[in-house]
Design a protein around this ligand. Structure first.
Ligand code: ASP
Length: 433
């Protein structure tokens, strides 16, 4: 079999019927080659489904049902705009998806929120992949639909499934080649996987890139492409900064560092599977598909301009012993056990004689749960709503400009990486103004 390529299209590229038609036009230019097409949920569907899960879990099933109906209505409008005559299988598949979630909403919530979340939120990718596969087939690009859960096997960590690689590889090698023989294109979902008990898991927000990398790895893909609404990997997020520029070539190592520190362009787990098999990655613009984008590979040199990544919604937890003894190694070991059980993600840490500081993503009530767990031994104070700014290949000018208007709470430097945790400087205003 010809080597396969893996393409990933995110929510922005599938946000409405014209966007999906545009993706169809891009794919027409690749009609001759076997492609695995991994899709995200359309537009902001995942956020809307998170609201459904939230309302359901907090005992408001009617509200959850109303929100779900709205998502169904929007999907139907997109389908009606794409097809003059909607294929029967598509209507059946979409109805089945919504009915299964409607039934789930009639049951009482499970003991674990993350479990219910995954069963509900996974609807987004299942829906978009059915629509895209049917649409491509309709425009003369015959495409098979594959349930990614038949391939990607994970453990039971709901909302952040860990991939079981041997099982996943075996299934990909067995299931994909016959499908790619039947139709050149196979459309599947990003973001979702399956446990050994056959429950749906998700791989973490924005995890569709990672799904595409899993397929690429298991199939020894020739290359993987992520189609974005930006021209490639940029030196900073253009929604936050001016004067950003595109990086033409980048090493896997640099891409891992940048995404780990919060560059949103690629999901951080994406690069490693590709690097392990030297599979090139292209980050390209679906708005200007003729442009080259960024090429991520082994031998991209090591000269880079300063690059900035910003992680928002950070919490700084200052931890000290109740008896003011030194924070010793055994304390740190114990603290990390609690960090692991509460699933805090640590982005930075620093210790002094009597305190230990960690900067974490402030997700749900995890920080609060951690503080309660350690309360008998440690005193904790928490500073919220912070930003973690990471500058790779920093220069004094760039660092200075990052500091402007901010209070710097914590800073760390390595030869190539500078990190600071900041909050906005409070502005004084006259009371009589
Ligand atoms: N739909 C999921 C999300 O919005 C996964 C993805 O798009 O990568 O997080």
């Amino acid at each position: 079999m010809q080597h396969v390529n893996v393409f990933k299209f995110g929510g922005a590229s599938l946000k409405d019927a014209p966007a999906i038609r545009h993706v169809g036009n891009i794919l027409k230019t690749f009609a001759q080659q076997p492609l695995v097409i991994v899709v995200s949920a359309m537009g902001k569907t995942t956020n809307a489904l998170e609201d459904v899960a939230h309302a359901y879990w907090h005992g408001r099933p009617e509200e959850a049902r109303g929100k779900l109906d709205r998502i169904h209505g929007e999907a139907t409008a997109i389908i009606d705009a794409l097809f003059q005559e909607v294929p029967e299988e598509l209507t059946v598949a979409v109805n089945d998806l919504f009915v299964s979630v409607e039934w789930a909403l009639e049951e009482s919530p499970n003991a674990e929120y993350d479990f219910d979340y995954d069963q509900i939120v996974s609807l987004g990718e299942l829906l978009s992949s059915h629509i895209v596969a049917s649409y491509l087939t309709r425009i003369g690009l015959p495409s098979s639909w594959l349930d990614a859960r038949d391939v990607i096997q994970t453990d039971n960590t709901f909302r952040e499934g860990w991939v079981r690689w041997p099982e996943t590889t075996e299934r990909a090698e067995r299931l994909l080649p016959p499908l790619l023989q039947q139709t050149k294109f196979v459309v599947t979902q990003g973001f979702i996987g399956n446990t050994s008990e056959n429950y749906t898991t998700t791989l973490g927000r924005e995890g569709s890139d990672y799904s595409a990398a899993i397929f690429s790895y298991c199939l020894d893909a020739e290359a993987m492409s992520i189609w974005k609404d930006v021209p490639g990997v940029l030196t900073a997020d253009p929604r936050i900064f001016e004067n950003v520029s595109k990086i033409d070539r980048m090493s896997y190592r640099e891409a891992i560092e940048m995404t780990y520190y919060g560059a949103k362009v690629i999901h951080p787990k994406t690069i490693k599977p590709l690097q392990n098999k030297s599979i090139p990655l292209y980050v390209r613009s679906f708005l200007e598909p003729e442009l080259e984008g960024t090429f991520v590979t082994d031998d991209a040199g090591d000269a880079y301009p300063p690059m900035v990544a910003v992680e928002r919604e950070q919490a700084l937890i200052n931890i000290s012993t109740r008896d003011f003894s030194f924070v010793a190694e055994h304390h740190i070991k114990e603290l990390f056990e609690h960090i692991t059980t509460t699933r805090l993600q640590v982005n930075m840490m620093q210790n002094t004689a009597i305190s230990f500081n960690v900067v974490v993503n402030d997700i749900d009530d995890r920080v609060q749960r951690f503080c309660t767990l350690v309360d008998d031994q440690f005193k904790t104070t928490v500073d919220r709503n912070l930003e973690l700014i990471t500058v790779r290949h920093y220069t004094p000018e760039v660092v200075e400009s990052m500091r402007r208007g901010k209070v710097n709470l914590l800073e760390g430097r390595l030869p190539l990486t500078l990190q600071m945790v900041v909050k906005d400087v409070p502005v004084m205003r006259r009371k009589d103004g």
